[in-house]
Write a protein that binds this ligand. Structure first.
Ligand SMILES: Cc1ncc(COP(=O)(O)O)c(C=O)c1O
Length: 388
């Protein structure tokens, strides 16, 4: 693939935003705090598994940081999403609205419940679910029957909507509220990428019935692998805690379980790492926002692409910075990606859209014009906090 003039110019601009160095990964964790000390304490004391003080401390710290009343730590963000859907009462055969532009875990969690993802389009302003377009689609294609919103084509109930805060940028949740009300949809937020992001002063993942966070190694804060369910409901938090600890009842030496549970609890070892990371969240956020500002400024006068800037109602964590190629330069996306990566700049395209994946090709969906357009134009740029 020949190196295009645009690719070269983008490479120079991106380099000018980054520190001097041979190569920069797309995203790397930053360990500058108490990580060693806390993890070592787990090993020294033998408390490495799913019981131990760090899991509770990690959850308490999440409550303080997000303003959610309850946080239940899980061993992946995918598990947290699965549990959110279960405690929201999602049943096999339900349809659940999810954006077509997302990481596959959003749709997979729906499938784990035996439910069917119903793919929705996104907005170019937020890169997340477009509430107005969803409302029009539901008006045209659903009917109310027995108090439920039914897809006229499939006859299935549409029970919930799962907006995802793409690359950390909050979805316009106030605009989504009336849509949820009108069609009786439960709101569950996939906030896997948006720890530290606020929407109109409120932390992402705390507006709906429940929200899921991820602490995978590529996120702003990592536990190695991990996640959490956020909710304000004590009953739902209790249900989530029970479900994630194999639904074990009693604390004696007998193993008794009262439902089909999951082994989803976050181990103490991971929580220890995560607690040390959470202590540094304000500093990490500051650096990530500084790096984003540098990209935005660096591409402000550029012809051919711009760095995505979150709308003013959003306070984004800028987990992954995004370059949006102009529509008439979309054909050069792969050449730009190749040039960047050939020169040590870790860049990647957006995820393959959900309805293009073999297992989700037959799922219901609305017109996905914006997601399809963005898929051709998105390039994620190196975003590690230490690059600021
Ligand atoms: C949007 C989204 N949802 C869900 C997940 C799942 O999180 P995990 O990898 O911790 O299972 C991720 C991240 O990996 C994600 O980016």
């Amino acid at each position: 693939m020949a190196e295009s003039g645009l690719a070269r110019e983008i490479l120079e601009r991106v380099r000018a935003c980054l520190p001097h160095g041979a190569s920069h990964a797309l995203h790397e964790p930053t360990f500058h705090g108490n990580e060693w000390e806390y993890v070592k304490r787990c090993i020294d004391t033998g408390w490495v598994s799913t019981a131990g003080q760090y899991v509770d401390e990690f959850e308490n710290r999440l409550v303080a940081l997000t303003g959610a009343k309850h946080a239940v730590a899980t061993n992946t963000g995918t598990a947290a999403l699965h549990v959110c859907l279960k405690i929201a009462g999602v049943q096999a055969g339900d349809e659940i609205v999810v954006p077509a532009l997302t990481f596959v875990a959003t749709a997979n969690a729906v499938s784990y419940c035996g439910a069917i993802p119903h793919f929705a389009d996104v907005s170019e302003t937020t890169l997340g679910l477009d509430p107005a377009k969803l409302a029009q689609h539901l008006k045209r294609t659903t009917e109310k029957a027995d108090g439920a919103c039914r897809n006229r084509a499939t006859g299935r109930r549409i029970r919930a909507v799962v907006p995802m805060h793409t690359f950390g940028h909050p979805v316009d949740l106030v605009a989504l509220d009336p849509v949820c009300r009108e069609f009786g949809l439960v709101l569950i937020e996939d906030a896997a990428e948006s720890l530290g992001s606020h929407y109109r002063g409120r932390h992402t993942g705390t507006r709906g019935l429940a929200g899921a966070l991820s602490f995978n190694g590529n996120k702003i804060v990592t536990t190695g692998g991990g996640g959490a369910v956020l909710t304000d409901s004590p009953e739902l938090a209790r249900a989530a805690r029970h479900m994630t600890t194999t639904a074990r009842v009693g604390t004696g030496w007998e193993f008794v379980h009262d439902q089909v549970g999951y082994n989803y609890r976050l181990p103490n070892l991971n929580a220890a790492l995560g607690l040390a990371q959470l202590e540094q969240l304000p500093a990490l956020l500051k650096r990530k926002r500084e790096l984003a500002a540098r990209y935005i400024k660096g591409f402000a006068e550029f012809r051919g692409a711009r760095a995505f800037e979150a709308p003013e109602f959003a306070e984004s964590n800028y987990w992954l910075n995004t370059l949006l190629l102009d529509a008439d330069r979309a054909a050069e996306r792969d050449a730009v990606l190749k040039t960047l990566n050939d020169h040590g700049v870790g860049a990647r395209p957006a995820w393959r859209l959900m309805h293009r994946l073999p297992m989700y090709g037959d799922c219901p969906r609305m017109d996905l014009g914006v997601a399809e357009d963005l898929e051709r134009r998105i390039i994620n740029l190196p975003s590690s906090a230490h690059l600021a």
